[in-house]
Design a protein around this ligand. Structure first.
Ligand SMILES: NC(=O)c1ccc[n+]([C@@H]2O[C@H](COP(=O)([O-])OP(=O)(O)OC[C@H]3O[C@@H](n4cnc5c(N)ncnc54)[C@H](O)[C@@H]3O)[C@@H](O)[C@H]2O)c1
Length: 272
């Protein structure tokens, strides 16, 4: 059964990792996708996956830290959806890890800007496409959903990630606030808090050596996983695990769920 037939869905960070897996899954469920990412090149690959799934999409290259780029992303969604957007998935995020006494102001600002301000920018830019259109729908507004991607770091804290933990906790605060302010417009807002997921963010890639999890910490994560994580064939978290939760929040399966932070960490949350 297709759960998102003809829905218009904006996904930030859709060029890689969790955002890309979410775009592919949503397209398989019949949604038209605005593929938004700061990097246009990997977004092309996502577009191919969306089209291979039998749906359509458009790429909007933009930096969510810039409000005008968020307006551009939202406008593309409104053009696709006849003035309205059904779902926004705020997936774009970044890390710049350092322990507190070594963290620079630039690292703090960058991570808080991309994760927290970027998510806020997207939500505020969505006002005409979500809140304002819902206001006039009778007898009641149709269902809409905003999905924010937080992290277990924002729920439990994480050594070496004070900037990221603060930004992701901030996202959860925004989630609960949007849920309260926009419930009257039938707009749900929920957070997903992933634990470790295998993506560019965690794998020390060549194009951004400041990303990745240090070897020592990786060993600790693997040890904790072997002791307390779900014993399954797929092993530790994959982008599709988070995309599946996003599908729940995007679809009518969660039509009476709002203001929640759902941890998706294979049972590892209480251990670190
Ligand atoms: N991978 C994990 O273990 C993990 C754990 C918890 C939370 N998360 C969160 O999941 C989300 C997706 O991360 P991922 O692991 O798929 O990482 P990723 O690096 O594979 O993908 C993130 C995408 O966001 C894009 N992006 C970064 N900054 C942007 C900006 N300013 N404007 C627009 N796009 C931007 C990147 O270009 C990239 O394509 C992030 O919010 C991240 O914080 C990831």
């Amino acid at each position: 059964m297709k759960l998102l037939q003809n829905k218009v869905i904006v996904i930030t960070g859709a060029g890689r990792g969790i955002g890309q897996a979410t775009a592919k899954l949503f397209a398989e469920h019949g949604a038209k996708i605005v593929i938004a990412d700061i990097d246009a090149a990997p977004a092309q690959e996502t577009l191919k996956l969306v089209e291979a799934a039998g749906s359509s999409g458009i790429i909007v290259a933009g930096n969510i830290v810039k409000r005008e780029d968020c307006d551009k992303i939202i406008k593309a969604g409104m053009d696709l959806g006849g003035g309205s957007i059904d779902v926004i998935a705020n997936v774009a995020g970044i890390t710049r890890d350092a322990v507190i006494h070594k963290m620079t102001e630039a690292e703090w600002d960058f991570v808080v800007d991309v994760n927290m301000k970027g998510t806020y920018n997207m939500i505020q830019a969505s006002v005409p496409a979500m809140r304002d259109v819902a206001k006039d729908e009778k007898p009641a507004p149709r269902t809409r959903s905003i999905i924010n991607v937080s992290s277990t770091s924002g729920v439990k804290g994480n050594a070496g990630q004070i900037n990221y933990a603060a930004a992701k906790a901030g996202i959860n605060g925004m989630t609960r606030t949007v849920a309260k302010e926009w419930a009257r417009f039938n707009i749900r807002c929920n957070s997903i808090a992933p634990g470790f997921v295998e993506t560019r963010l965690t794998s020390a890639p060549s194009d951004d050596p400041k990303l990745g999890v240090p070897e020592q910490q990786m060993q600790m994560i693997q040890m904790l996983y072997s002791q307390t994580g779900l014993n399954r064939e797929e092993g530790m978290g994959k982008p599709i695990d988070i995309a599946n939760v996003a599908l729940f929040f995007a679809s009518d399966l969660s039509s009476y769920v709002s203001g929640q932070v759902l941890v998706c960490a294979g049972a590892m949350i209480d251990t670190y």
